[in-house]
Write a protein that binds this ligand. Structure first.
Ligand code: SF4
Length: 421
């Protein structure tokens, strides 16, 4: 069904872009609209060990929070933005009416406007959730298991851009914790050791941090924290290289060599928005420390350290359509985005696409921005896949089994047999 504003709905997009597998299109549509479990489906989730309950602090009050481990389609494609009906509507600003997940004729189904669309399966809560480290820290707060079956460590909660009131406009991350203490590093090692006992479960591992441009060279403080954490992780993995996606700021080459020496095997300095003027507006912290050329050159330089295809930039797809200042049409937005993706590809840097989520706390939320239309994401993901094919760039450290919200890498997965690099 088409949206009232003339945008193409799921079925129309499937018909218009038959080269895109329906699971990829459905995943994008569910990501921008959300999917809410009925009470019946929530009970099924409980029975399937897919619900984790925790008490967290929210604006000075202790509240009980329930999280769903995640849901996948028949081919294993992960569904993003799944939440329980009893939690009430999610605060994230969506585009279009949410899907429902319900039990229909005994099967769990993704339902659109009363009509079952696809069968859905729950992921399960990891076994280490609910356990504690030897100093009593709940393990799920040390290493976060994100869908689908990925482990995530926040290396550095602090972001200087937030402190300076220059956050990226889609960002909600305003934590103030600086580097890890020695005890916290021990907690990480213990938790990871416990998680890795669940053999065969994990398909990805990601290290993330806020930006800290300080130090005797740009972003040296941030690099130092990565080196400390990587050094600790080597105890868990027992190998020189840590098989992790490492998402970080534009760290200069000498510091990147330290990271590689400490075990980093990939590196992701995300540009997020390609258009120069929009980038400066949407990512003011990155623009101030130390400008677009610096961030771009850094990604290119990093290929000399990590190798072709092991450096990845990212676009927050839809940010460049923020109104009233962004692109007015999806054609203009996609043209600009693909220019950036091709430029990076020429230098051996791949680029992934994440879907814009507009969440409370972000500048975009205050501005009431929305994700882009489904057709935009399908076209952009297809264009990015074509560029990756043209330059023979793999994205296998970031494929569909490993990241919930990168539809372009879902498509690149189809090309793996062709890659020779
Ligand atoms: S660099 Fe931008 S996206 Fe990352 S934590 Fe800081 S403000 Fe948020």
């Amino acid at each position: 069904m088409s949206e009232a504003n003339g945008e193409l709905g799921y079925k129309e997009v499937l018909e218009k872009y038959p080269h895109v597998p329906k699971f990829v299109t459905l995943k994008i549509d569910a990501a921008i609209r959300g999917a809410i479990l009925t009470e019946r489906a929530f009970e099924r989730a409980r029975e399937s060990n897919a619900v984790f309950e925790d008490v967290v602090e929210d604006q000075g009050r202790l509240v009980q929070r329930r999280s769903i481990a995640g849901a996948v389609l028949r081919d294993g494609t992960h569904l993003c933005r799944v939440s329980a009906e009893s939690e009430g509507p999610r605060n994230t600003l969506t585009r279009g009416e949410p899907y429902t997940i319900d039990v229909v004729d005994g099967k769990l189904q993704l339902v659109d406007n009363g009509e079952p669309v696809e069968e859905v399966f729950f992921a399960t809560i990891p076994e280490y959730y609910g356990k504690k480290t030897s100093r009593g820290t709940p393990m799920h707060r040390v290493v976060h298991a994100g869908p689908p079956d990925s482990l995530n460590i926040s290396v550095y909660g602090f972001c200087y851009f937030w402190q300076q009131k220059h956050p990226c406009h889609y960002c909600t991350r305003a934590q103030q914790t600086k580097g890890k203490t020695e005890a916290e590093l021990e907690d990480i090692v213990e938790t990871l050791d416990e998680a890795l006992r669940e053999q065969g479960k994990w398909t990805a591992f990601r290290l993330i941090a806020g930006s800290d441009p300080g130090g005797s060279s740009p972003y040296e403080n941030e690099a130092n924290e990565y080196v400390r954490v990587l050094s600790a992780l080597r105890r868990s993995f027992g190998s020189k290289g840590i098989p992790a996606r490492l998402v970080a700021s534009a760290i200069p080459r000498e510091q990147l060599e330290r990271l590689a020496e400490a075990g980093a095997t990939t590196y992701e300095p995300h540009i997020e928005v390609w258009d120069e003027k929009l980038w400066e507006r949407i990512c003011p912290g990155k623009a101030k420390y130390f400008g677009r050329k610096f961030w771009i050159n850094n990604a290119i330089d990093a290929v000399k350290v990590f190798g072709r295809g092991n450096v990845c930039s990212q676009l927050v797809g839809g940010a460049e359509l923020a109104q009233p200042y962004g692109f007015k049409t999806i054609d203009e937005a996609i043209e600009s985005d693909l220019q950036g993706v091709e430029f990076f590809a020429q230098h051996g840097v791949t680029t992934s696409l994440t879907i814009l989520w507009v969440q409370p706390g972000s500048v975009f939320y205050k501005e009431k921005q929305r994700p882009a239309p489904l057709e935009y994401y399908v076209r952009l993901a297809s264009g990015m896949r074509d560029i990756r094919r043209k330059y023979n760039l793999a994205a296998d450290f970031n494929d569909y089994r490993r990241c919930a919200i990168h539809p372009d890498t879902d498509l690149s997965r189809l090309d793996y047999p062709e890659f020779v690099n």
